[in-house]
Design a protein around this ligand. Structure first.
Ligand SMILES: *Cc1c(COP(=O)(O)O)cnc(C)c1O
Length: 374
């Protein structure tokens, strides 16, 4: 049986050509010329002055949090429903994530719940855009201004997306991207921090590379890590970036096609095609089982796998992560919408290499599986 994987990237542009250039010239490390070119083109694409490429999106979040000077005793507000990377970046710095429940329609943080979570220790809000629709940036930026907070924008899933026609990746002090293979452009592994602040950019460059002292190499004043990004990764990234507009169109077409076929299915809550501030770019095509269905997402994932269809459950909530529960963090906290999404949400094959034929097969199997558990 042909198994349809949940994601397959599309690498049939100039990727091979640029990679061969790396091999032919011997530039394969982080010192190669493609790295600067990719930083420059990525940051320009989102109207930022500086781009600092790093080893992955999680590293980008860690660098961003450290660059802003977030430390022990500080609090950072973020959605309860998001990838662990957001929380880990904060707890690694010794600070505490403060969680906010989700909006059931957009799956992003419910911005009306943020203000009551602000305390004198709050230093920043993490604006995370999830699954394809931008978070409500205006509301978040307004609160940040009112309470003098920094904004870290996690645009890992948002290449090419806009909020009210302004590029995602341009909000707040600092933004990050990931180039993991299920993101709209990939470098295999990879990430980037972008900012307009020269000093922050300089700090990010230091943090990326073990905090080498500028005036004395091999002397280090701070703990950091090796988060460097290679010329090989940048070669792939440049080729991918050339096709970003095409990729966004393709993702939107795929999203519309799936929605057309699922819109009358009882029991499924589908991604919203657009809101007043943005059109979905379907990072992945996610859906949520509604209250009438007893089964959870894991059951559906298993049934789909038996039919030859790859799928993934949604993220698991931060407050329910075993690692944080062991530490006694978030005890007795509950975020009903986030918990619901984590238990009932899943996504189906929606990578850029997916063909129309494969989509038709996915549709057929999803209809069958959902029919069987209704
Ligand atoms: C993928 C992702 C990350 C982490 O990126 P990696 O490159 O996998 O480390 C961070 N935040 C969000 C919202 C993501 O989707």
């Amino acid at each position: 049986m042909d198994f349809i994987p949940v994601n397959e990237p599309l690498l049939n542009g100039n990727e091979k050509k640029y990679l061969c250039e790396c091999i032919d010239t011997g530039w394969i490390s982080s010192e190669g010329p493609f790295v600067k070119e990719f930083e420059q083109k990525m940051s320009a694409a989102v109207n930022r002055k500086y781009g600092i490429a790093v080893s992955n999106g999680t590293a980008a979040l860690e660098v961003a949090v450290q660059a802003l000077g977030i430390k022990e005793g500080d609090e950072v507000i973020m959605p309860a429903f998001t990838i662990i990377s957001c929380a880990m970046a904060v707890t690694k710095a010794g600070a505490v994530p403060v969680l906010v429940d989700s909006d059931m329609y957009t799956w992003n943080m419910n911005v009306h719940e943020i203000e009551k979570k602000i305390t004198p220790r709050t230093k920043a809000i993490m604006m995370v855009h999830l699954y394809g629709l931008p978070a409500e940036a205006d509301a978040i930026l307004e609160l940040a201004q009112k309470y003098q907070l920094k904004v870290i924008e996690d645009a890992a899933e948002m290449h090419g997306q806009t909020y009210k026609a302004i590029p995602c990746g341009s909000f707040g002090e600092i933004s990050i991207f990931s180039f993991y293979p299920n993101k709209h452009i990939t470098t295999g592994e990879g990430g980037m921090v972008v900012t307009d602040d020269e000093e922050l950019a300089e700090r990010c460059r230091m943090l990326r590379n073990l905090c080498f002292r500028k005036d004395a190499r091999y002397m280090h004043d701070e703990i950091s890590d090796n988060y460097r990004f290679t010329n090989l990764q940048a070669a792939v990234g440049l080729a991918q970036l050339e096709r970003l507009d095409e990729f966004i169109c393709r993702k939107r077409d795929m999203g519309k096609y799936y929605t057309e076929h699922f819109k009358d299915v009882k029991g499924l809550i589908l991604p919203i095609e657009e809101t007043s501030y943005g059109k979905n770019i379907y990072w992945v095509y996610g859906m949520v089982l509604d209250k009438d269905i007893q089964a959870d997402n894991k059951t559906v994932q298993k049934l789909l796998a038996e039919e030859g269809i790859g799928s993934r459950t949604f993220f698991w909530c931060i407050h329910e992560q075993p690692v944080y529960q062991k530490q006694g963090l978030f005890a007795d906290e509950s975020y009903p919408n986030a918990e619901y999404l984590a238990r009932k949400g899943f996504y189906i094959p929606s990578g850029l290499a997916l063909t129309r034929e494969q989509m038709d097969k996915v549709i057929d199997k999803v209809l069958r599986v959902i029919g069987s558990i209704c």
